[in-house]
Ligand binder design. Structure first.
Ligand SMILES: Nc1ncnc2c1ncn2[C@@H]1O[C@H](COP(=O)(O)OP(=O)(O)OP(=O)(O)O)[C@@H](O)[C@H]1O
Length: 355
């Protein structure tokens, strides 16, 4: 991947006596789709607003293409912005809303008309060109918002919960449309969401934040399969956190599911491991040599998958299996069942709670 296009160096934001964003380093590459995720109040929006110039950092430096832009006002950064609340001009029609940024830049009428038509086509709103925006559905309004942000061809587009106000089906449609636009136009998108599945689906890299700090940055599959901290494991996907002890030779981990061999050695002593709920089977399975027993406490049916909420040795263990596998076992609450797991799926994390 190319060198950083946008760089945050020790960027911090303090409101009064509370720290919203601790000193943070982040590099964003030209043409990438970066998603920032994390629970409410973790500092996602504040980070995005500092990048936009809507909030000035209390300390640190933001640079764009090698130039320090920390004190450059938002309109001079010329980044596109898309927010959850569409903030469209209610007295204007769709075309006028989209054309707004070009008019400000004194682009010729003929060019504005051509670019607006092309953008309407891209976002699938050609038929709505002369409709007043207040008569559009939420999804259509959001597409106007996106078109308006992209029409000026910004190098970087900042999106804060762009699908947050849409229903589940529209969210999915909008996600693939955003990804498509970003790819086609070759733009850098920095996107904030509390919706981890949206981030995993559309981002090239995901940034996971917690209480004002970045905990992990990686490709979606890295963050999903190898969460590096307890918070990332709890926030992304469905993971079991197992507290236990690594043997004196560093080769096994003793926990509520028994004595599990470790794929890579770990320092002896108390430790925390992560095991994905979907890396456990309720039937004997090739490649799942380790057997343990759990007591079934609840089942949650979600269509193709069923989550088994169980306990073993005082620990809660969630098992996520296909509905078909569940039907073959015909589970009953309160009974004990064998499970099988692949120790290779277990990985240890640096967890200050057990250190
Ligand atoms: N203008 C402000 N004045 C004081 N505190 C603020 C201000 N803006 C944000 N904060 C605080 O900073 C912290 C981070 O807020 P931020 O909006 O960045 O979180 P977030 O991760 O985007 O949350 P959400 O998903 O709920 O939007 C919160 O504790 C918030 O209350």
């Amino acid at each position: 991947m190319s060198a950083a296009q946008l760089e945050l160096k020790s960027v911090e934001k303090v409101f009064g006596d509370s720290v919203a964003v601790h000193p943070t380093d982040l590099e964003v590459h030209d043409g990438e789709f970066l998603s920032i995720i994390g629970p409410s109040g973790c500092g996602k929006t504040t980070t995005l607003r500092m990048i936009a110039g809507l909030e000035s950092p209390s300390a640190g430096r933001i640079s764009f293409e090698g130039k320090d832009i920390t004190t450059v006002p938002p309109h001079r950064r010329e980044f596109g912005m898309v927010f959850q609340k569409f903030a469209l001009f209610p007295h204007m029609d769709v075309a006028a809303n989209i054309a707004y940024g070009l008019k400000l830049r004194k682009v010729s009428k003929r060019e504005i008309s051509a670019r607006v038509d092309e953008m309407l086509e891209r976002v699938g709103l050609t038929a709505f060109k002369h409709r007043n925006v207040t008569t559009l559905s939420g999804g259509q309004q959001q597409r106007v918002g996106i078109a308006r942000a992209l029409i000026t061809k910004p190098r970087v587009v900042l999106l804060d919960e762009p699908t947050g106000a849409l229903d589940a089906k529209l969210q999915l449609a909008m996600q693939s449309q955003l990804k498509q636009l970003q790819r086609d136009l070759g733009l850098t998108f920095i996107h904030v969401t509390h919706n981890q599945s949206e981030a995993l689906a559309i981002a090239d890299r995901v940034v996971v934040m917690n209480v004002g700090s970045i905990e992990q940055v990686g490709r979606p599959e890295e963050v999903f399969e190898r969460p590096q901290t307890r918070h990332v494991a709890e926030f992304v996907g469905r993971n079991n956190i197992l507290v236990g002890t690594v043997s004196s030779d560093g080769s096994t981990f003793s926990c509520a599911l028994g004595e599990l061999p470790l794929a890579t050695p770990w320092p002896a002593g108390p430790a925390t491991a992560v095991l994905r709920a979907d890396a456990i089977s309720v039937r004997p399975r090739e490649g799942y040599p380790h057997r343990a027993e759990v007591e079934l406490q609840a089942l949650e049916y979600t269509g193709a998958r069923v989550s088994w909420f169980t306990s073993a040795g005082g620990s809660d263990i969630t098992v996520d299996v296909s509905t078909r596998a569940t039907q073959s076992v015909a589970p009953e609450l309160g009974n004990r069942y064998p499970i099988w797991l692949r120790p290779g799926e277990l990985h240890l994390i640096d967890d200050h709670l057990t250190r």
